[in-house]
Design a protein. Structure first.
Lengths: 135, 819
């Protein structure tokens, strides 16, 4: 399980840290980014990382500052698009607030593997495990 | 005629042309023959021509041959005069010789012998009268005949004189006739151009009296009933007195005027005492002759002209004709004047109508643009009363039940009093309003006492005319308009038309106002819906925001719980492995109780423990440490604080305000200072003598701190940080304005309208809760001010806060300015 590398991108510090802890405790190798640019950078670095290898799964928030630094409810979608351009098979889970499920479903339609409504973080581990089991 | 200068001249005097022609034919070859057709001419010709012989017919009209012979013989005794006569009485020869003739030839003329007989007399043959008695008889007869002639002549002269007299009379008569006709024509000319009826009639009677020399003249006109001829104009004081006294005579009555109007014929009373229909008028005691002439215009008798004279038998038939022709002209003139008056009246009515319609249009224009119902109705009644000069106007509207017309607006105090009392009238009831609504047509009571449906209103005691006009919008009667006047019969048909047109416009306007009211209601519902939507959005945003903030809490709680369970499992394992006396220790007892409690909640410590036992110490440390617990507690605390912080943003603007006079420069200086912004970055400019505002200083402070904080955050990544706060009098009178300008990254146009939205900015680390600007706008709005923003990406942003200058500056001195 140590081998599973997760990229977590969320601009909300407390949210990001809480999820990171949850995932770490579940035994995943977690790298975090606080914006889409940083997230894309980490992803590209990992592609060239011969020791740890590329990320196995990416968990992306949707509503963040976009690549121009402007708040954008679709910033996560834009990162999703870029990640899938590089690796079309990359499992991506999008994070969403409970009231933004529509947008998350759109993300799934555009290639995300699943969406996760923020809150019950134990559910996120189950979701990640399910996706990885299928892989 | 053959003549020779020396041939003898023969004069033939005969009244028979054939005889003269015969004599000419028989004698002219030898003599010069002259002819005369009668005695007088014969004598004249004899005098001039001095003939050598005269052949004279004895029987001629006028002067007889005898007399001519006597006259010629006395003029020229030597010229032989020969009688030519058909008279065969016994003593004819003696009688012609007695008259002076020299011979005698009997008719018919003997052609064969005439020349010889004439020549014989020329040659000197003469017959002599033997008996002188014949000469005496002739002279006596001549005298008798002369006497007859003189008498005849005298008679003729007398007859001539009579004829002359007659001619003079005829001439005079003709002249009078001409003068009358001229006077008539003058009267006619004078009057036909007069279009004012009274002026016409007065001028007429004056002209008649002056031109004709009459004692009195008067004009009667038949009144509307057709029963009376009323004196409209009379000559002099008598006339004025009678006109003033309302002098009138019954048409077809016994008076001459009455008879003239009744019979359409002129009547003359030459001696008034003898005329049975003449009424002795005490105003006109000297009247001896009177004439009454009917005034006929078209086919209608419109009155009569009376003409009176102090002379008996002053009027002849010709006078009647002349005066009647003048009366006819007068009648036409009166007719014209009446037509003119009618035209004037029609014109006046047309003008009044135009004025009414203009007023209606004004009302229409005035009211159709008014969309507030109460304003509309009140303005309407005012405009109606002012434009038309009416005493009162009121608008009734039918209530929801459809049973009552309720007064909604009324002119003046009466209207206000009635509205206050809830004045209403039953639809279909006895009131004019009620009736006009049911019948859907205007009702008029010209004298309100006579109109059965009129309700005597104690508030409107002076009403004498009243009109009720239904207000019909579309096909529905929505109410009625009442218009009242202090004048009797104040409303004409045209008024009704004009007012109804106005009422129709009013109905449309009312309908518009109603529609607007409905529209406003719909709009307000829409606004409410929008508000709900906005609230829902805001609530959604808030929930979203709170949800985001709260998201880490369950994870942290779960981890802390997990860690706590693990630590308890560890503690419990150690207790279980410790010696019995240790396990009896109260601490151990406490741990054991806790473990049991934890187990009872479904956490199986054994399982947790065995899981941990399989891990290396390094892994265990990674799995379980106090640091993580405190971090999770901090996460919870941070989330909770963020959520708690929005409380102030939400309820801040709603906090009870403690307004006081605030001097803005002081407040702004303090706000900037409290934020610890360096003077290098913050610059201020405050206009001198800036007037204070009346605000809650802590709320306003909050606003500026928020704006300055935003400005500073906008310049977070900008090298050249410049904050400029500028307070001055606004262009808008009565306001001061404070600009907060930064040199930050600017606000992108696409989110410009979202910055005022609460919870728009949902990211805790940047720009707070996003409630800032929304709260600022709310606070400034509550203070009667405005907040606006101008921004250019890459250049900076300026927030402008407008605040009303305190109206109670005087209190400034009493209270002092507080900040």
């Amino acid at each position: 399980m140590e081998d599973v590398r997760i990229l977590l991108v969320d601009d909300e510090r407390l949210v990001r840290r809480s999820m990171e802890k949850t995932l770490l405790r579940a035994g995943f190798d977690v790298d975090t980014a606080e914006n889409v640019s940083e997230g894309l950078e980490l992803f590209q670095e990992a592609l060239a990382d011969e020791e740890d290898g590329p990320f196995d799964i990416a968990i992306l928030d949707l509503n963040m500052p976009n690549f121009e630094g402007v708040d954008d409810p679709d910033a996560g979608l834009k990162l999703l698009t870029k990640l899938l351009e590089v690796d079309a098979d990359l499992p991506v889970v999008v994070l969403t607030a409970f009231d933004e499920v529509t947008r998350a479903k759109e993300a799934v339609a555009r290639g995300a593997r699943a969406y996760f409504v923020k809150g019950r973080e134990a559910g996120l581990i189950e979701l990640v495990n399910d996706i990885l089991d299928v892989e | 005629m053959i003549q020779t200068p020396d041939s003898p001249t023969i004069l033939c005097v005969d009244d028979t042309a054939q005889v003269r022609a015969l004599v000419q034919r028989l004698l002219s070859h030898r003599y010069t023959v002259l002819e005369a057709g009668d005695g007088l001419r014969g004598i004249e010709m004899a005098k001039q021509a001095r003939p050598d012989l005269v052949l004279l017919d004895m029987h001629m009209p006028g002067l007889t041959g005898y007399e001519v012979a006597t006259r010629i013989k006395s003029l020229m005794p030597r010229v032989p005069v020969v009688a030519l006569t058909a008279d065969v009485t016994a003593d004819i020869r003696e009688r012609v010789l007695a008259a002076g003739c020299d011979g005698y030839l009997s008719k018919p003329v003997d052609p064969d012998r005439l020349e010889g007989q004439v020549q014989a007399f020329l040659d000197g043959a003469r017959e002599e009268l033997a008996d002188e008695g014949y000469r005496q008889d002739y002279q006596e007869a001549l005298v008798v005949r002369l006497e007859d002639k003189v008498r005849e002549l005298t008679q003729t002269l007398q007859r001539n004189a009579e004829l002359n007299e007659q001619n003079v009379q005829l001439l005079e008569h003709a002249q009078r006739q001409a003068r009358l006709l001229a006077a008539g024509a003058k009267v006619g000319r004078s009057i036909v151009s007069i279009l004012d009826l009274d002026a016409l009639l007065n001028t007429t009677v004056d002209v008649i009296c002056d031109e004709f020399g009459f004692y009195y003249a008067g004009v009667f006109l038949i009144d509307e009933t057709g029963e009376w001829a009323v004196l409209r104009a009379g000559r002099g004081e008598a006339g004025a007195a009678m006109v003033a006294g309302g002098h009138k005579l019954k048409v077809d009555g016994h008076s001459m005027v009455g008879a003239a109007t009744g019979s359409r014929k002129a009547r003359i009373a030459l001696d008034v005492g003898e005329e049975p229909v003449h009424f002795k008028n005490p105003h006109l005691p000297h009247t001896r002759s009177e004439m009454a002439l009917p005034l006929v215009a078209g086919n209608e008798v419109i009155g009569a002209l009376t003409v009176q004279s102090i002379e008996e038998a002053a009027f002849t038939d010709e006078d009647v004709t002349a005066l009647q022709s003048m009366a006819d002209q007068l009648a036409i003139a009166i007719h014209n004047a009446r037509l003119h008056f009618q035209n004037q009246r029609l014109l006046g009515q047309a003008e009044r109508n135009a004025r009414l319609l203009a007023a209606a249009a004004q009302v229409g224009q005035g009211v159709t643009s008014i969309l507030d119902m109460d304003d509309l109705l009140n303005k309407t009644v005012d405009i109606i009363c002012e434009a038309y000069g009416f005493y009162y106007a009121g608008v009734f509207m039918i209530d929801e039940t459809g049973e009552w017309a309720v007064l909604q607006a009324g002119r003046g105090e009466a209207g206000a009093a009635m509205i206050a009392k809830g004045h209403k009238l039953q639809v279909g009831g006895l009131s004019m309003i009620g009736a006009s609504i049911t019948q859907r047509r205007a009702r008029i009571a010209l004298d309100v006492g006579e109109e059965p449906v009129h309700f005597k209103n104690p508030h409107l005691p002076h009403t004498r005319s009243e009109m009720a006009l239904p207000l019909i919008a579309g096909n529905q009667v929505i109410g009625a308009l009442t218009v009242q006047s202090v004048e009797e019969a104040a409303f004409s048909d045209e008024d009704i038309t004009a007012l109804q047109a106005m009422a129709d416009q009013l109905a449309v306007a009312i309908n518009n106002a109603r529609l607007l009211r409905e529209l406003e209601a719909a709009h307000s519902e829409l606004v409410q819906a929008k508000t709900f939507e906005a609230i829902a959005t805001a609530t959604g945003e808030a929930i979203h925001w709170v949800g985001n903030k709260a998201a880490p809490i369950p994870g942290s709680v779960a981890r802390i719980t997990e860690d706590f369970v693990k630590y308890m499992a560890l503690a419990n394992a150690i207790v279980e492995q410790s010696p019995p006396e240790m396990r009896e220790h109260k601490f151990a007892q406490l741990l054991t109780e806790a473990a049991e409690e934890i187990a009872s909640r479904g956490n199986f410590l054994e399982g947790v423990l065995s899981d941990m036992e399989s891990k290396s110490a390094r892994r265990l440390h990674k799995m379980l440490n106090v640091e993580s617990i405190f971090e999770d507690l901090e996460i919870i605390e941070g989330s909770a604080r963020a959520i708690l912080n929005i409380k102030e943003d939400l309820i801040g603007p709603a906090r009870k305000r403690k307004d006081q006079l605030v001097h803005l420069p002081d407040l702004l200086k303090r706000s900037i200072a409290s934020m610890g912004i360096s003077d290098d970055v913050a610059r201020t400019l405050f206009s001198e003598g800036l007037r204070p505002v009346r605000v809650d200083p802590s709320q306003l402070d909050r606003v500026f701190i928020n704006l300055i904080k935003n400005a500073m955050e906008a310049m977070h990544e900008v090298e050249d940080k410049r904050l400029f706060v500028w307070a001055r009098e606004a262009d808008e009178p009565g306001f001061v304005v404070v600009d907060v300008t930064d040199s930050g990254h600017g606000i992108p146009p696409e989110i410009m309208d979202k910055i005022w939205m609460a919870f728009y900015t949902t990211k805790g680390d940047r720009g707070g809760t996003g409630l800032g600007l929304a709260a600022c706008a709310q606070i400034i709005g509550q203070l009667g001010g405005k907040i606006a923003v101008e921004s250019e990406v890459g250049v900076g942003t300026t927030f402008s806060v407008l605040l009303p200058i305190a109206s109670d500056e005087k209190e400034c001195d009493k209270e002092g300015v507080q900040v």
